[in-house]
Write a protein that binds this ligand. Sequence first.
Ligand code: RAM
Length: 398
Amino acid sequence: MMKKFLALMLSVSMLAGLAACGSKETEAPAEAPAQTEAPAETGGDAEPAAPSDGSGKHIFMFKSTGNSFGDLMYEGYSEYMNALGYETEYDSPAETTVAAQVQMLDELITQGVASITISTNGDTGYDEVFEKAKAAGIPIISIDSEASVNYRLAHINQAEVQDIGSYLVQAAVLITLGIDYPEGKEMEDVLAEELPNYSGDEIVLGVLSAGVDTPVQNSWIAAMEVELAKDMYKGKVSPNLDKKYGNDDFQESTTQANAFVAENKVDCIISPTTVGIAAAGQVLKEAGSEIKLTGLGLPSEMQGFMPLKADDDAFASVCPYMMLWDVIHLGAVAGAAVDAAVTNGWTGAEGETFTMAAFRDYAEEEYTVYTQNDGTFVLAGTPYIFYKGNMAEWINVL
Ligand code: RAM
C-alpha cells in the first residue's frame, strides 16, 4: 500500500529527497540483540555507568497521552524494535508538561530501563533526570521535539526545520490568495509570480501552536519568521505572526481557535500541531468562518475539513491543503538508532552512520549523523503535502 502512496507523493515536486522506496523485504533477525559496546560520552558531568546490553524495556515517551501523532510514531518504533527482539514500552504523561515527563522519567530510570526515546515538552528542566539516566548508562535519543544536546545521542529529525517553516508560510499565503496547491511546481515559484500582482490589504497569518515552550513548534515558528522576512512578502504579508497556544489539548486549542474567529484579525491560521489543526478545523467549519487553515495534520483527523477528491473545490473546505511526513516511518528510524546504539556502540556523533533494515515498503537505508546548531541529528524524511489529489489514499494510513 505504501508504494502506491509513495508514487503519489513523488509527483509532488518538493519530495526530491524522499527516501527511496524499495521492494526489498528484509527478514527481521529473530534473536535478541548482541552485547553492546559502551555508549559514548555526549556531555554533562556524570560518567556513564555500566553500558546497556539492549535487554530490558526500551522506552518511547511522547509529550502526552491521547495524541495520535505520538501513537503512530510508537507504532513504527515498536514494530521495528520488536522485530529485532527488543521489548518496548510506550510511556507518556497525561499532562503536556516538563514536570510530568520528568517525574515519569525519574521512575523509569530508577526501574532500570534499557534506553529512552523522547519527544520533549520544553528546552529546560530535564538536566537532573537526564544526568541520572547517563549515570545509569541509559542512552537517550530524541525524536520530534528535541532533548538537550548535552544528554541525547542525537535527535531524529522528521524533516528540515527551515523547509517546514517555509512551506507552511507559502501554503498559508497561497491559500489566502485563493490559489490551489500547485501540483508539480514549487510553491515559492508560484508566490514569486503571484504576489507582485496582489494589491489588497496586508495579509495577516495566525499561528495556533502547541505549548509556549515546546521546542519543536518554536523551531518551526522561528523558521516561519525567517521565511516571512524574504523580500517577496514585503508590503504584501505582515512579518508578524499572531500566535496563540492550545497546549496540544483539544479543548484549549478549540478555545484559542474560537478567539481567532472572535478577533477576526487573521486571514489564515497555520497550526503546526496535529491537535491544534484538527481543533481549528472544527471551529472554523462550525463558525462558517472565512479564515482559512493550513498546518501539520493527520489526514485521518482532517478528512472532515479538507477536500477529498481531485475534482472537489479545495476552497469549499476550511483547509485546502496541509502537510506532514510519514510519522510511522519516523518512529521506526528512532528504533533503528536505538538498535545501533545498544548493539554497535553508535554514539550519535557527527559523521557516524547506521543502517536501518527494510521497513514496510522502505528499502534498507543508511543514515549519516550531521551537526546543526551544536547538536547532532539524523534526517528521517521530507514534508509531504496532503491535498485533494492524494487525501483519499492517506486517510487510511496516517
Ligand atoms: C502534534 C505534536 C507533535 C508535532 C505534530 C506535528 O501532534 O505537537 O509534536 O510534531 O503535532
